[in-house]
Design a protein around this ligand. Sequence first.
Ligand code: C5P
Length: 319
Amino acid sequence: MRDERGTGPQGAADGLTVRVPAKVNVQLAVGGLRPDGFHGLANVFLAVGLHDEVTASPYEGFRLTVSGTDAEHVPLDESNLATRAARLLAAHHGREPHVRLHIAKDIPVAGGMAGGSADAAGALLACDALWGTRTSRDELLALCAELGSDVPFALVGGAALGQGRGELLTPLETGGTFHWVFALADGGLSTPEVYRECDRLREASGTGAGIDSVPEPRPSERLLDALRTGDAAELAASVSNDLQAAALSLRPSLADTLKTGTAAGASAALVSGSGPTCAFLAADAASAAAIASALEESGHCRAARTTTAPAPGATLTGK
Ligand code: C5P
């Protein structure tokens, strides 16, 4: 039997590869639980320089393979978002989803960095190029929104405000480069569980979790200004994540990870999205390297990665 989690896209020499970024939410303001089971958001996405690569190659039938450190944690069944993306695009154009997809994973799995969403956006773009289906940008964005709340952002990258359940995007201007460190955790957290825990904590505190009890989420003007001007100190002072308390409640050890990064000089420390990856803002590349070393030496994370933001959205690499 061939190993579905092989080391690379063997036989994919005639394939097309798309590079897709991870994200961090510099603001994640969570509104009340809506009747459809989602929460209204003011979600400020920032694409960061950790990437997956999705390769689509000609194939009679459908096949998915995955390589990379976290590959064994990626589902290969119909629940895989890249598989769903390929099938959705094929159905949209009334054709068979004949493709061999390979995902080279570098984004942590179930880590709160939208790796699955990135793979879905990558698969859409790679299959569209392979099949020559020339789907318009607006149609691609609509297909992305159908696949998940974070998928449209993986397509556009840069920085954007996500409203609705996160899928209604307004691109944001950014100035300069921000230096980040990400502390990867052992094991993932389930996004729906973290939202449920957020609701539970709200109910337990007596404020309630419904749309009538929670104020309408709004983007922070100070944070949007900080992104626009490239002011890392101002950004550090204005980041926020309403899911953080829920992630910490489900995984209390993350508090030690956050403290370690702060003690090592991070100007901001927060859980990335629904976690458990923790994100640290650094003043410059040297400070980011020092924070990453301190995190790795502390044993409070599986690994630490330094990178910069913003990063471009899903892009055909020409490979
Ligand atoms: O849209 P996506 O499939 O990524 O959402 C996964 C789950 O996360 C949803 O089923 C829901 O439980 C939760 N979610 C939410 N509110 C959002 C986005 C996601 O409650 N705005």
